[in-house]
Design a protein around this ligand. Structure first.
Ligand code: CA
Length: 668
């Protein structure tokens, strides 16, 4: 009897001991456990709130509870208990809605600074404390009915890259909520002359996707000083899963930014426009003091052999997507934006810093939700010497290994406009010779085509896209000079304003008739002018904002862009989704002159109503006579205007292509 009792006591003691989890020591970050649950950090209910922080190497962890989002002392400090897989937990009874919290860990013999963690979904002003809210109360009315506007192939998209502030801050915008998410909900707005602005303008232009520059919470704008003239693009992430407070009407109220962003997305989508989010998981604004680092020091970043921070982003640090919990974080964060905010796609900043596998896993996860959710990114990095092996990098050269993920084509961009790093050097659009193969490379959507000499393409010496759905064609974006400024800067001496106008139209016509996904920088359709400032990431509104008076003064450009987009949308021949289709239907015409590219698209390509299409780009500043196939052509673009009803007819063997122009014609 006594023996049995002793045995039972030992068994119970052993069982009890195994129930007490203790944090462990780890030899490397790769040994950190992965937490598979979906309840990280805060799960609110009116009865109690559960907290779970992932911080495997911490020796202790605590939770600070506050009445305020900023200032004041904690009204309660709760010691977190080590649980499983590197997580620390506490349950706090009572209704904590409206309260704020931070975590703190003890590691390397010190208490680290407070952080809302990495999974805060709501925060106080400036995002230093998490906010406890009921997410189910953040949906605007009608939210359940918000659908993804229809899209078959990514090549059917017309991407429009826009900064929240730029859209509405101009005095002439006609919008009330200047610089705010809510500007996207304002309908019927016009400029002083009655021309449509805002969302109505976007609909009139015909774009299909708005790609918003960072809308997650970023660090560089002080949300407590919004009356001061502050501006930033927002490539300085602070809280990845919370909207930026400066774009809300009240950054102190944690639900305002959430509800208002949802209203903006609802409005855009109800008007037929999808929303792409610019995501910057590649680095954080701070290194040591970032929320990622205060949660699990070191784990989220790559380091050089000497222990210093690796810096492929050029911003002082870079994240380590190949590490299990970083990978999981990026994937779960994107899924969160899709599920909670109904975002339709992602643009990855400096995507080349991430590893290929992470992006492909993200693709697979998004496919489970909706395969028409898009992913594209910058297939390069700011610096090239960093620890991730070259073959694992999600760079342009590896696009063929990226499943249904698109990359920006700097080949067509710089072929058209001239090199990005020299403002004064123009490209094909201004008659510079030598860019013909770069233009052709753009025309075939960066795919394999037997009429191309890849050795002569500006950067890529080989096709990198499996299909045109994998390449983003563009001539300008937020980086570097906008198109008008580049033209002003680089136009050859003596070029008249009228000529510069033609360069603009030619440049964008190449983008919008090339196979691939066309992308434009907001306001280019109004001949946006950033006063020749190359990098406007923190320039004032006066330089960055879209000047809506331009809708009146540059209406000719607007009409041209609108008709150009209409041409593309009405004619699927310009939107072929596969390499095979392009190889079958698109043939280049051999031309003798430099800065001249001509091709036909035959046989009702991709279900087009036009049997045959002829496109000629003449970059030369003089007219060229060239031989063309004989057909009963109807010319729909002549360098000045685009008119789908036809501008003139032509049935001769030779045609005069005006200086600096794109000629487009069709035959039934
Ligand atoms: Ca912020």
């Amino acid at each position: 009897m006594r023996k049995i009792n002793l045995f039972l006591v030992s068994v119970i003691a052993l069982l009890l001991m195994s129930c007490v989890n203790l944090p462990k020591e780890y030899a490397s970050y790769d040994d950190y456990p992965v937490y598979e649950g979906n309840d990280l950090e805060v799960v609110y209910s009116p009865l109690h709130t559960k907290f779970r922080l992932w911080s495997p190497a911490a020796k202790e962890a605590k939770l600070n509870l506050y009445h305020e989002g900023l200032g004041g002392e904690p009204f309660d400090v709760v010691k977190l208990k080590y649980d499983i897989d590197g997580t620390w937990v506490a349950t706090v009874d009572g209704d904590l809605k409206g309260k704020f919290y931070t975590f703190q860990i003890f590691q390397q013999d010190r208490w680290w600074d407070e952080t809302p963690g990495i999974w805060a979904k709501a925060v106080g002003v400036n995002g230093n404390r998490g906010a406890i809210i009921d997410m189910s109360e953040t949906n605007p009315s009608g939210w359940e009915d918000v659908k993804r506007p229809a899209m078959k192939n990514f090549t059917d998209a017309v991407l429009y890259e826009l900064h929240v502030r730029d859209f509405s801050t101009s005095e002439q915008s006609g919008m009330q909520y200047k610089g705010k998410f809510l500007a996207f909900t304002e309908m019927g707005t016009v400029n002083a002359e009655g021309k449509k602005t805002g969302v109505e303008h976007l609909k009139e232009l015909g774009i299909t996707h708005v790609q918003l520059l960072p809308i997650y919470d970023y660090a560089s704008v002080d949300e407590t000083k919004l009356d001061e003239n502050q501006y930033n693009w927002g490539y300085d992430p602070k809280n990845y899963n919370v909207p930026e407070g400066a774009y809300s009407t009240d950054p102190y109220n944690p639900t305002a930014r959430i509800i208002e962003l949802k209203k903006a997305i609802q409005s855009l989508k109800n008007n037929g426009i999808r929303v792409i989010m610019d995501v910057v998981y590649n680095h954080t604004f701070w290194g040591v003091q970032s929320h990622l680092n205060l949660t699990a020091p070191g784990y989220f970043y790559r380091f050089k052999e000497d222990g210093s921070w690796s810096n492929a982003s050029g911003c002082g640090n870079e994240t380590a997507s190949e590490r299990a919990m970083v990978r999981k974080y990026i994937i779960e964060s994107c899924k969160y934006w899709v599920n909670e905010y109904k975002v339709d796609g992602f643009r990855f900043d400096l995507m080349g810093i991430h590893d290929i596998e992470t992006l492909n896993l993200l693709r697979a996860e998004l496919d489970k939700i909706d395969p028409s959710i898009t992913i594209h990114g910058e297939g390069w990095t700011a610096e090239w010497d960093f620890p991730l092996p070259f073959e694992k990098r999600a760079i342009k050269q590896h696009a063929k290994q990226l499943n249904n993920i698109a990359v920006f084509s700097d080949d067509i961009r710089d072929g058209i406009r001239g090199t990005w790093d020299n403002n004064k050097v123009p490209g094909f659009m201004a008659g510079v010779h030598g860019y013909e193969e770069s233009i052709k490379f753009g025309v075939v959507g960066a795919t394999q085509h037997n009429q191309l000499n890849y050795d002569s393409v500006k950067y890529a010496k080989a096709p990198y896209a499996n299909h045109p759905t994998q390449v983003i064609n563009y001539v300008s974006c937020h980086d570097d000079l906008c198109l008008h400024d580049k033209i002003i800067y680089s136009a050859p001496e003596g070029a008249s304003d009228k000529e510069k106008h033609r360069f603009n139209k030619l440049a964008q016509t190449i983008v919008f008739t090339a196979q691939g996904v066309p992308f434009m920088y907001a306001g280019e359709e109004l001949k946006r002018d950033k006063q020749r400032v190359h990098n406007t990431y923190q320039s004032p509104d006066s330089i960055n904002q879209i000047d809506w008076t331009f809708k009146t003064t540059n209406y000719d450009i607007f009409e041209y862009y609108r008709n150009l987009i209409s041409l593309r949308k009405q004619h699927p021949a310009f939107r072929m989704p596969t390499q095979e289709m392009v190889q079958k239907h698109l043939r280049f015409i051999n031309v003798k002159e430099p800065a001249l590219v001509a091709y036909t698209i035959d046989d009702y390509a991709n279900g087009d109503s036009w049997r045959r299409i002829l496109v000629i780009y003449n970059g030369n500043r003089y007219a060229i006579n060239m031989a063309i196939p004989v057909e009963n052509w109807v010319v729909v673009a002549n360098g000045e205007e685009i008119n789908l009803n036809g501008i003139f007819k032509h049935n001769k063997q030779e045609i005069t292509v005006p200086a600096s122009s794109a000629l487009i014609m069709y035959a039934d």
